[in-house]
Design a protein around this ligand. Structure first.
Ligand SMILES: [Zn+2]
Length: 351
């Protein structure tokens, strides 16, 4: 084998490319390329373990910087393909302040013989088990995965004595609330409710941002049921907005207190299962950054090609190294030094 072959084989992997596509390009250009068997051998013999140890070295440097700190981790799993055909679930944890990836683990379906829900649970367990002995983990924010919530249950969960508080992602909370309001608004004669959905979601964000405990949250949250009827002061409280001028014409009519629509709103916003999770929202966390990492992973591990487990794992680590390397990069600014902002569309919340 020639040195050029060696370089090519390694760099196909390091740049996140796919062997067959590059070989195809070389054929078009009438150039000789490294053969397929050699490529996979190079990958297996020289790359996978090196990438793994390079990542671990990098990760240890990050963890060393967190030693004096109470760490808040944000975690989420990503399937390599949707639904039941997923072969890999990659569970990633990010540190809340630096937004650096502090752990990444890939679960292989053939190894665990489980479905995607169970693979994500397994990914979470391995993440917790990796982080607990290494940092002072105080909080772990995830999406609304039921089995993870059970693991973190403060009375019965596997991690009940770990001292780690489980919190939930705000986007998922807003999404489940919005779903419930839409379902309630689809019932006959309740369509008026749909006009309020956006306001209710906005109010939810404000309540979470302003309340420091469950009681405060509920005080603000219940106030919504008065506000929608045009009543801004009541026996034990008042709205926190500025007084509404008497000549103000509302965009939509106020609800009639006690009407079927008002009752439907009450049922939707005071849904017991949802309310139970409120304390998990009050830290106002979001795992949205993980979605951007997950799309970054596509550059290294495209969903369109099947990749064997060691190479898949190595590719996720390359994506993590790349992500962390660019994480602290300053934002793009205009000549005048102003930040340039882009629009971000959250597919899950449709916002
Ligand atoms: Zn009000």
């Amino acid at each position: 084998m020639q040195a050029g072959d060696f370089m090519l084989a390694i760099n196909i992997l390091l740049s996140g490319n796919n062997y067959l596509k590059i070989a195809h390009l070389f054929r078009y250009m009438n150039m000789q390329t490294v053969d397929e068997t050699t490529f996979y051998r190079m990958q297996e013999w020289y790359c996978v373990d090196t990438i793994r140890s390079f990542w671990e070295e990098h990760r240890q440097t990050i963890l060393a910087g967190l030693q004096e700190k109470d760490v808040v981790a944000l975690g989420d799993g990503r399937m390599d393909s949707p639904g039941h055909c997923a072969q890999y679930c990659t569970y990633t944890a990010i540190e809340n302040d630096s937004r650096d990836i502090i752990n990444i683990v890939t679960i292989d379906k053939r190894e665990t013989k489980r479905n995607s829900v169970a693979m994500e649970k397994e990914g979470f367990i391995r993440t917790m088990d990796a982080l607990l002995p290494q940092v002072s983990l105080k909080e772990f924010c995830t999406d609304g995965h039921v089995q993870i919530a059970a693991l973190m249950d403060p009375e019965r969960g596997q991690y009940k004595d770990s001292g780690v508080k489980h919190t939930l992602d705000m986007w998922h909370a807003a999404k489940s609330l919005s779903k419930r309001l839409h379902a309630a608004g689809k019932v006959k004669n309740h369509s008026e409710l749909l006009k309020w959905t956006k306001d209710v979601i906005a109010w939810f964000w404000i309540c979470c941002n302003n309340a420091s405990n469950y009681e405060e949250f509920m005080g603000l949250w219940r106030g919504l049921l008065y506000h929608v009827t045009g009543r801004h002061e009541w026996r034990f409280g008042a709205c926190i907005h500025k007084p509404i001028p008497e000549d103000h014409i509302p965009e939509k009519p106020w609800m009639v207190a006690g009407s079927p629509v008002h009752q439907a709103l009450q049922e939707a916003i005071l849904n017991l299962r949802w309310i139970k999770n409120v304390p998990k929202y009050l830290n106002f966390r979001t795992t949205a950054d993980l979605e951007s990492f997950h799309s970054h992973m596509l550059m290294y591990a495209s969903k369109r090609f099947s990749i064997d487990p060691p190479a898949y794992g190595a590719r996720t680590l390359l994506a993590a190294l790349d992500y962390n390397h660019h994480n602290a990069r300053p934002p793009i600014v205009t000549k005048a030094g102003k930040n340039i902002h882009g629009m971000l569309w959250n597919k899950k919340s449709q916002h």
